[in-house]
Write a protein that binds this ligand. Structure first.
Ligand SMILES: C[S@@+](CC[C@H](N)C(=O)[O-])C[C@H]1O[C@@H](n2cnc3c(N)ncnc32)[C@H](O)[C@@H]1O
Length: 393
């Protein structure tokens, strides 16, 4: 390696790993723009195997995560900057470092004051590496997830795991989307509020953000209960409103969330997000009856749908693929992925959309693909199309 600036960067990364002030490293600006890999993020994780560098390789439609020990991780950073990317941004708790290479082989490295107030997630035991700690979180006790002495209650382990995974995923999306200070979050169909509370806690107390978070829920008893817990927990900007996803008046929605909202309630939530130009839409759909009832392919696909269980899975895939396509048609860049293993919950697929460009017109090509899928499966309409008044062929 001849570039002294790259050498310097690697040394700073190594130092920050040993000083435990490393927060995040991003490699971006591809050298060869034809490749699929868009960028790479690295952070530190504490897992059974020890403290490792966790790399997220971001592709257009999926993220791949791999963990490496520090030595392997540094070698990967070096190789990636020599071969694949022009730019590296390192955030530590003490400084930001910006390394940039140019096509003529020159490079620069600049250091400035730390921009991240978030405490580095660089912790040495598994317990501490959790996004949400079971200890000293009154809302977890009041929600019945933990005991008075801060232990996860028997029978609530899966819920607690799900809360942590969900907070991890959403906080990454919030980072990626560069939300404005004081952004507004609407959690549609918030239910008992497990995930709403945890997200509020993480965004405000760990990421030092100041979002206004609203849970919208049909059932008045749950709304009342959640508002009491929010007050007791001192969560000033978290409130719950009784009402429907469709009609509850919310003037601003920057981040719209709908987790396990039943059947077409997910479509109502996506519709609200699209029509209110939410910057981010995150849904975890559940039950896919609307499409399942209509599916009636008159081609070889009938060999799949003749089996109940396969028909159910096919309906899920089709419903969510059309949702993602429609979001793309309305200017969102989308990802669909499993956020927790099926052994903990069967409802584990997330559709995440980040708005790319406010002014882009609706993409007819994507809508044509929706029509093609519907035709293939013999479907008359998808509920989200109806809500958006997309003409059906
Ligand atoms: C399965 S629970 C999920 C709760 C929570 N989001 C979670 O993932 O833990 C779905 C919740 O959505 C609520 N819900 C369903 N349809 C709704 C609608 N149209 N408007 C508001 N809430 C709705 C239900 O009352 C229920 O509490």
């Amino acid at each position: 390696m001849n570039d002294p600036n790259l050498q310097r960067l690697l040394l700073i990364i190594e130092e920050s790993l040993s000083n435990t002030d490393f927060i995040k490293l991003t490699l971006s600006s591809k050298k060869d723009t034809s490749g699929e890999l868009k960028n790479i993020y690295a952070k530190v994780v504490s897992v059974k195997a020890g403290t490792l560098l966790s790399f997220v390789f971001r592709y257009p439609a999926k993220d791949i995560t791999r963990n490496y020990n520090f030595e392997e991780g540094l070698a990967l950073v070096k190789k990636s900057l020599e071969e694949d990317f022009y730019q590296a941004i390192l955030l530590t708790a003490n400084k930001d470092v910006h390394f940039m290479q140019f096509p003529n082989g020159k490079s620069t490295i600049k250091q400035q004051e730390a921009s991240q107030q978030m405490k580095p997630v660089f912790l040495h035991d598994k317990q501490k590496s959790l996004f949400i700690s079971p200890e000293n979180n009154l809302y977890l006790q009041l929600l019945g997830v933990t005991t008075l002495d801060g232990k996860v209650k028997k029978g609530m382990e899966d819920k607690f795991r799900q809360i942590n995974k969900y907070v991890e995923v959403v906080s990454h999306v919030v980072e990626q989307a560069n939300m404005n200070a004081g952004f507004s979050v609407a959690d549609m169909g918030s239910g008992k509020g497990y995930l709403t509370f945890a997200l509020y806690d993480y965004l405000t107390n760990r990421m030092s953000l100041t979002p206004e978070v609203v849970g919208v829920e049909l059932r008045p008893n749950l709304v009342a209960q959640c508002n009491v817990i929010s007050k007791k927990s001192g969560f000033e900007k978290l409130k719950f409103i009784q009402g429907s996803i469709e009609k509850t008046v919310l003037p601003e929605i920057d981040l719209l969330i709908a987790l396990h909202a039943c059947d077409t309630a997910t479509d109502e939530a996506i519709f609200r997000g699209i029509s209110q130009k939410a910057r981010v839409i995150i849904t975890a759909p559940c039950c896919h009856k609307q499409i399942r009832k209509q599916m009636n392919p008159d081609n070889a696909l009938a060999e799949i749908t003749k089996y109940g269980i396969l028909e159910e899975r096919q309906a899920e895939m089709l419903t969510d693929a059309i949702r993602a396509l429609i979001m793309e048609a309305y200017g969102y860049s989308t990802k669909v992925f499993e956020f927790i293993s099926t052994e903990h919950t069967p409802k584990n697929v997330l559709i995440v959309g980040i708005k790319k460009n406010e002014k882009e017109p609706v993409n007819q090509d994507k809508l044509d693909k929706v029509q093609a899928l519907k035709k293939l499966f013999g479907i008359e309409y998808h509920f989200l199309e109806k809500l958006l008044e997309i003409p059906s062929l």
